[in-house]
Design a protein around this ligand. Structure first.
Ligand code: NI
Length: 390
């Protein structure tokens, strides 16, 4: 059977799947209808064993004609709390919810690959596990939950794709090794002593203490860590008081830590605590620091990257691959799978100025060049062709 032809034949269906999902987005951990829809579509495609590890996720397994290893392909399926402002005719029908990160396309591409691979079942020497994962956008994330439920049991390697409007359609980005950051959030509460704004000497004002802390936290990045392993430490929230002449009792600072290095990830919270403690103590305030751990560092395994390089060249073209030299500080819960098995996560260019597909992910005007989805199907099918067909 001609694989190119099978991929071309599924193109219209992939568009329909994507547009249906785009019009009906659901937020992280609430993707029950999305998962029902995906499971229903999978049921038509061929001899797939479909399971629902959680009510909002779907896993389908295709057993090839001959025995062999199992490889996994992953798509995320959740949307974002964003009011869509694109001019797409199939834009979101749900106020305040939008597929602004392309997870609708990821799901449609993986359905397309499942459709093609079902038709190639007789030639497969091993099995394929298609993972439609919920809740990529909100820690603790769907990936870790699915890993804990055993979706990687017996899996040898995993691949995942993400659309990327920053690259033109036709390019595929890959970063070997660390490619995405860890993401942990912190909350700092400073307890001072409130009072009249005209009598600061009778108070312990948490506002200047907080301001000192905001500045001092950057010294951790600039002066306490190896610059080659520098993290991002962002204070995104500073809340205190709500009047002109009242010194507030307390202040709250909150923000995020992104790292590409596990040691740095472990060390920064200790340095933050030290800084907050020292400054608070100097001014007679008390404090509390709480951390919420998010996603781990994403790490593309060299073996999986070597396969991906060949597959991109075969399936898309010898010039298509863009080897990225730096990792992003964005986080991606694909990292949870990569802690268990070797894997590679690739970025498929989906930018196209001619159709206005220029806005970044998580932008209310985000739009993707749907031609990129064909490349996604080719890559998913290409991984399995490369690994399970002789
Ligand atoms: Ni995303």
């Amino acid at each position: 059977m001609n694989i190119e032809q099978l991929i071309a034949d599924v193109e219209q269906q992939v568009l329909q799947w994507r547009r249906h999902l785009h019009a009906n987005p659901e937020l992280s951990f609430q993707e029950a209808q999305t998962a029902d829809y995906i499971a229903a579509q999978l049921a038509h495609l061929g001899p797939l064993k479909i399971s629902r590890p959680t009510p909002n996720s779907v896993v389908a397994e295709l057993q090839g004609a001959a025995p062999g290893p199992c490889y996994a392909l992953r798509a995320d399926i959740d949307a974002l709390p964003i009011q869509e402002e694109s001019d797409e005719p199939f834009c979101s029908t749900r106020p305040g919810v939008m597929h602004a990160c392309g997870h609708d396309a990821h799901s449609a591409m993986l359905l397309g690959a499942a459709s093609v691979l079902c038709q190639l079942q007789a030639q497969l020497q091993g099995s394929v596990r298609f993972i439609f994962q919920h809740a990529e956008e909100v820690p603790p994330g769907g990936a870790q939950q699915l890993v804990d439920l055993g979706v990687l049991d017996g899996v040898k390697m995993i691949f995942g794709l993400h659309v990327m409007p920053n690259f033109p359609t036709g390019e595929v980005g890959m970063k070997q090794g660390v490619f995405s950051g860890s993401s942990d959030n912190f909350d700092i509460v400073l307890q001072g002593k409130g009072g009249h704004g005209s009598m600061p000497h009778l108070c312990i004002d948490p506002v200047p203490i907080g301001a000192e802390i905001v500045s001092a936290l950057q010294q951790i990045v600039a002066r306490k860590l190896d610059p080659l392993n520098a993290p991002v430490l962002t204070v995104a929230t500073f809340q205190a008081g709500d009047s002109y002449n009242v010194i507030p009792d307390s202040a709250r600072l909150a923000g995020t830590l992104r790292t590409h290095n596990q040691e740095v990830r472990e060390r920064v919270p200790l340095l933050v605590e030290q800084t907050v403690a020292g400054i608070s103590q100097a001014h007679g305030a008390s404090y509390k620091v709480d951390w919420t751990r998010g996603y781990t560092i994403g790490n593309n395994h060299p073996d999986a990257c070597a396969i991906a390089r060949e597959v991109v060249a075969e399936a898309v073209g010898p010039q298509a691959l863009r080897e990225l030299t730096s990792a992003m500080f964005g986080s991606e819960d694909f990292s949870s799978y990569q802690e268990k098995v070797p894997g590679c996560f690739l970025f498929i260019g989906s930018g196209n100025e001619a159709i206005g597909a220029t806005y970044g992910v998580h932008n209310p005007r985000f739009k993707l060049d749907e031609a990129a989805m064909q490349i996604g199907v080719k890559l998913h099918v290409g991984f399995i062709r490369h690994l399970l067909m002789r």
